[in-house]
Design a protein around this ligand. Structure first.
Ligand SMILES: [Zn+2]
Length: 327
């Protein structure tokens, strides 16, 4: 990520503090009292989900991916990250979308990964994340555990489910699901429209030219939502009906307190799709650590993310997919 636009900083900060206090209380109550709600919640996020999605696996995948270390464009770590994804999805239908980005440091080779799981219905749901870290943070040990790492693990664990459901040539019950791992989301030098979101701008343009965009029913972007202290903002440029479906899905899982308690406009990889008329949502938690102090700092480490947050994300995304298929 990403810079929030619009909202006055002081006002927004104060509002968030209030809400976070409330969330903290809820967690303390659930943990200490082991209330009925807590038990119900544990069941919702535990084994009762069955063949579904494992937040624990998502966390393990994120851990393994983050262990590569910094992975900024042009670095050896970036090549390792690419090799990691290539190896992990070697038995899946993977497309490597390579391109050369025109950046402030000159042309940079970049690579998006697209993994496809076919569905019975005509149309596609895209789940996306970015996987690289910031070039401009190359002189600190910035591993982006939450920023790029957690959501890469999240998509990998969701893939486990789609892979199982499409084994032996079978198809998903609804629309096809495509996972996209974007390169070059972060600015090379300093965030601007031309120095950011290289991978998504490239792919949206390409899919606009070849007609693919017309088949996309929903584009769901995930960014920084491994945060242990999960509070996903309602991103104001996201498509309203998709926001409503996510809210409904969260409610079904009794997770509504983690979603859309605050709203703000965020520049991210969804915008190239929003601007081309694709129904899109950015699921982002841009409130990371005290006064956002873990964001784009060496403090963005694995201990700041949790399997439980990833479980909430995965459950709600899968329910959202179910609701999109019912529409
Ligand atoms: Zn970032």
């Amino acid at each position: 990520m990403v810079l929030p636009s619009v909202a006055p900083q002081g006002q927004r900060g104060g509002f968030v503090v209030f809400l976070k206090a409330r969330v903290t209380w809820t967690r303390a109550a659930a943990g200490l009292l082991l209330s009925t709600a807590a038990i119900a919640h544990a069941q919702h996020h535990g084994a009762s989900e069955g063949v579904g999605f494992s937040g624990g696996r998502a966390y393990e995948y994120a851990r393994d991916f983050v262990a590569i270390g910094p992975r900024w464009p042009t670095s050896p770590g970036h090549l390792k990250a690419e090799a990691f994804l290539r190896e992990h999805f070697r038995h899946d239908q993977v497309e490597e979308d390579t391109f050369t980005a025109d950046t402030p440091i000159g042309p940079v080779a970049m690579r998006n990964f697209i993994v496809r799981y076919p569905g019975k219905r005509d149309g596609v749901i895209v789940l996306a994340s970015h996987y690289e870290t910031n070039y401009w943070l190359r002189n600190i040990n910035f591993v982006g555990a939450n920023d790029g790492g957690a959501t890469t693990g999240l998509l990998m664990a969701l893939a486990d489910k789609f892979r199982a459901e499409t084994a032996g040539g079978r198809k998903l019950d609804g629309y096809s699901v495509w996972l996209v791992f974007f390169d070059g989301e972060e600015a090379i030098r300093s965030w601007s429209e031309s120095d950011s979101t290289y991978g998504s701008r490239h792919l949206a343009a390409k899919w606009g030219r070849d007609g693919t965009l017309g088949h996309i029913k929903a584009f769901i972007l995930t960014d920084m939502i491994g945060d242990r202290d999960l509070d996903i903002q309602r991103e104001t440029q996201s498509t309203a009906w998709l926001v409503d479906l996510v809210r409904e899905a969260a409610k079904k899982h009794h997770d509504e307190q983690y979603f859309f308690q605050t709203e703000e406009s965020v520049e991210d990889d969804h915008l190239a799709f929003v601007r081309r008329g694709v129904p899109s949502i950015d699921l982002i938690d841009l409130d990371y650590g005290p006064n956002n102090s873990y964001h784009h700092t060496a403090q963005d480490t694995l201990d700041k993310i949790s399997a439980r947050s990833l479980q909430i994300d995965g459950d709600v995304i899968l329910e959202t997919i179910r609701l999109i298929n019912q529409r």
